[in-house]
Write a protein that binds this ligand. Structure first.
Ligand code: 8YV
Length: 326
């Protein structure tokens, strides 16, 4: 009997067909909630899950006693109980590498758009308010030559640093659990304690994964350390920042501006003041959202799941400890 896969992520017809060659595929594409009765009814049959929109809880795992592997279509895996998966011997596979450059582009898009006030001024033109030459009240701040501070220096942080150092002549600081001597040599990057980085950077870019250690790591105390001219960019996860403290820092001029692709709650509540603030550029979590990259991520997830369900090592495995070679 073929193993059964519940596919709730966005896969192309071709990718669904690839899976269907070897497995029984139940197509739940577009599924937004794990409360869906048909999805819950299918869980007892599932050997594999593929998607990214759901939070997988131990309660859902209890409903899926045959589950062998989950392929998330994301690099982040904060919506999975990794230790619990490992305890149950369920493999969790993600999609690093294929989204690095696109997500770094989004980081730089937010740096540029925020520093040069691109969204605010594009709105000004759209409203028909451009009736005479622009003046200092419309000016932005330079990006080139400034100090860029990366909070987290993994693949995406390094790709943003490369853009800053090599393309924009920026000085690069980073805070990271481990030193990165190769990147220090390549980019002249300097490792700092978080507090020192926050105090020295003109642009602070958050690229750490969301974990128990990083949740809410940037709050009122940290905003107090930053320059009043500083720009904060977050392309990681909203909950790394204490959002109420961020709103306060932006309202009181403790920091200059913020470029945000991620929020504590997504989709962002209509009540949030953030998208309405002139010094905020808010995007709807589009870090990896290009046709090319989303397709590559879906393909990586398909490849991971095919390998995992055939007892072969997936390309990108989050919980190494769950891996049992045949
Ligand atoms: C995902 C992301 O595409 O990979 C991640 O961790 O945040 C995005 O690239 C998003 O989570 C939706 O799947």
């Amino acid at each position: 009997m073929k193993k059964c896969i519940l596919a709730y992520g966005r896969l192309s017809d071709e990718q669904l067909a690839q899976l269907a060659q070897e497995f029984e595929v139940r197509d739940f594409s577009g599924l937004a909630s794990s409360e869906d009765p048909a999805f819950r009814a299918a869980l007892p049959e599932a050997h594999g899950l593929i998607g990214s929109s759901l939070t997988i809880t131990p309660e859902l795992l209890d409903m899926a006693p045959r589950l062998e592997a989950i392929a998330t279509i994301s690099v982040g895996h904060d919506n999975y109980p990794v230790e619990e998966l490992t305890r149950r011997g369920i493999l969790l596979c993600n999609t690093p590498d294929v989204l690095t450059e696109t997500t770094a582009d989004t980081g730089f898009l937010l740096i540029m758009a925020t520093a040069r006030r691109a969204v605010e001024l594009a709105e000004f033109v759209r409203r028909g308010d451009w009736r005479q030459g622009i003046g200092p009240e419309h000016f932005g701040t330079d990006v080139h030559g400034k100090t860029l501070g990366l909070v987290g220096f993994g693949r995406i942080g390094a790709a943003i640093a490369r853009r800053g150092a090599l393309g924009f002549g920026m000085k690069v600081l980073y805070s990271n659990a481990s030193p990165k001597p190769d990147l220090e040599a390549e980019l002249g990057a300097e490792r700092r304690e978080l507090d020192a980085l926050l105090a020295d950077a003109d642009i602070v870019c958050i690229t750490v994964p969301l974990t128990v250690e990083t949740e809410h790591m940037i709050g009122a105390r940290e905003f107090g350390l930053m320059k009043p001219s500083a720009i904060l960019v977050n392309i990681a996860r909203g909950r790394v920042i204490q959002e109420a403290a961020l709103i306060n820092a932006l309202e009181t001029g403790q920091i200059h501006a913020a470029g945000l692709d991620v929020f504590a709650h997504e989709p962002l509540s209509p009540e949030s003041p953030l998208p309405h603030m002139a010094n905020v550029v808010a995007l709807p979590h589009i870090g990896s959202a290009t046709h090319e990259t989303r397709n590559a991520m879906a393909q990586r997830a398909v490849d991971n799941l095919r390998l995992a369900l055939k007892g072969q090592r997936p390309i990108s495995l989050v919980n190494e400890a769950a891996w049992r070679p045949a």
